[in-house]
Design a protein around this ligand. Structure first.
Ligand SMILES: *Cc1c(COP(=O)(O)O)cnc(C)c1O
Length: 459
């Protein structure tokens, strides 16, 4: 399989090249040249596989010229070894809805499904090609902790994660700072998340520094993250239907950067019997406005109780736009230029109708989110985290919907307590999280201070 850029400016790449490049050098995102197609007989067969065997089947055509099966297998097996549930992503029935629990990984959010795999993949590719990678990222909580757990102890990789000092939740902070592996460098900056992002951008824009220190990113745009997420759509469908190719399901997906739901779209394009993809947002609703009105326009980010979905621009959306514009790189470039210069762009009524053949969209208010947590808890005793609750609220009143559960409720304990009046406990394996030793350096929120720290550490 070869990979091309959504802006048409990159010669076709191999899978490993696409993974190591991350963001395409022309500013676009990398996508596979075509999608493998899965028929009914294959779907039936896949429905009987374990999660790991299914992952191998789904991934194989995307990587096969590059990574032999014998090498891919341990990468996949190890990626899911730290998941607490045998099923990896169990499907549970809660009243009328089915919940696909994606939060059984080491940091209790669905990002582990992809980042546990990506960490293994980076290590493997670096060993094969020689070389080092120094990952630098700013986080508001979830991505940083999942990335740290994905690469901790891996050879050839160091990771520097900037979080805003005392402005992430205690669980999120401890999930980062209790990781004491030598290659993990936690930095609490005396500033906010935006300051962290600005510093990271400044470091990446210093090309001499970037080259010298082999800087890499852990953003949600890496193709390997999307690939790993396609798997659980097949899994959820198989569990819900027993593997009957005549039976369709819909998915409700709590959405921020459009990575998760884009993986669902790809599964559908590959032949998975998916009826609707319900795009669920909080009041940061740029994507639901697009599906409803065909215009994509920036708003102001408003903080919510589902903070991992508080975004202004959804980076992965460009991948879907590329398909919608019939893979016209210049068309995508034009839209992105309009977005940058005028704050938005629109698609034709015909294109909007095409969007609506697949996607539904619902923006869910804070009050609805809390009410949903309260109602589900009262009716069934099941505790939803606020992100998952957005998806469940968006699917209300529909049949045959699988709601993706993107975080464990203990990760967002304050909102959950507000809705249920009860505390939620961390899973038994994490009971000692709040008392384990930690390592973290507090630094000024300046690019100079962070550069000095990187230079000193890697000297
Ligand atoms: C990242 C995240 C999301 C949003 O996923 P996208 O792929 O960015 O759309 C939703 N819920 C939780 C808990 C997350 O961490």
């Amino acid at each position: 399989m070869r990979y091309i850029s959504t802006r048409g400016g990159v010669a076709p790449l191999s899978f490993s090249e696409a993974v190591m490049m991350g963001l395409a050098t022309d500013g676009g995102l990398l996508v596979p040249e075509r999608l493998p197609q899965v028929d009914g007989a294959t779907l039936r067969r896949w429905a009987k596989l374990s999660y790991q065997e299914l992952a191998l089947e789904v991934m194989r055509p995307f990587v096969e010229e590059d990574i032999p099966e014998a090498d891919l297998r341990p990468l996949v097996i190890n990626a899911y070894a730290k998941f607490e549930h045998d099923e990896i992503t169990p499907l549970v029935k809660v009243g009328d809805v089915q919940i696909l629990e994606l939060f059984h990984g080491p940091t209790l959010a669905f990002k582990d499904v992809a980042l546990q795999f990506l960490g293994n993949l980076f290590e493997y590719l670096l060993e094969k090609q020689g070389g080092r990678l120094n990952i630098i990222g700013a986080t508001s909580g979830d991505t940083g902790s999942a990335a740290i757990h994905g690469v901790r102890g891996k050879s050839g990789i160091d990771i520097f994660i900037l979080h805003p000092h005392q402005r992430v939740s205690p669980v999120q902070e401890r999930q980062m700072t209790t990781v004491l592996d030598d290659n993990v460098h936690n930095i609490a900056i005396e500033g906010n998340f935006d300051d962290g992002q600005a510093i990271v951008k400044a470091l990446f824009n210093d090309l001499a520094f970037k080259e010298k220190y082999h800087l890499g990113a852990v953003n949600s745009i890496n193709w390997a993250r999307i690939l790993a997420q396609i798997v659980y759509y097949f899994r959820g469908w198989a569990r819900a239907t027993g593997g009957n190719p005549e039976q369709k399901v819909s998915f409700s997906v709590p959405t921020g950067n459009f990575g998760d739901i884009y993986a669902g779209y790809l599964a559908r394009q590959m032949g998975l019997p998916v009826d609707r993809l319900i795009l669920a947002t909080n009041r940061n609703d740029i994507l639901s406005r697009f599906v409803l009105h065909g215009s994509y326009s920036k708003g102001v980010v408003e903080p919510t109780i589902s903070p991992s979905m508080d975004i202004q621009i959804s980076s992965n959306f460009e991948r879907y736009l590329f398909d919608l514009l019939e893979r016209d790189g210049d068309g995508v470039k034009g839209c992105m230029a309009e977005l940058a210069e005028q704050g938005g762009f629109s698609v034709s009524a015909e294109k909007l109708a095409q969007v609506r053949t697949i996607f539904d969209a619902v923006a869910v208010s804070e009050a609805q989110t809390l009410e949903t947590i309260t109602r589900v808890h009262r009716e069934s005793g099941y505790v939803l985290d606020p992100h998952t609750a957005v998806g469940v609220a968006a699917a209300a009143g529909r049949q045959g919907v699988i709601c993706l559960a993107t975080a464990h409720p203990a990760k967002f304990a304050d909102a959950v307590r507000q809705a249920t009046g009860e505390a939620v406990a961390l899973p038994p394996s994490m009971q000692d999280l709040m008392t384990l030793p930690t390592r973290c350096e507090v630094l000024p929120a300046t690019a100079a201070a962070i550069k000095a720290k990187v230079e000193q550490t890697l000297a």
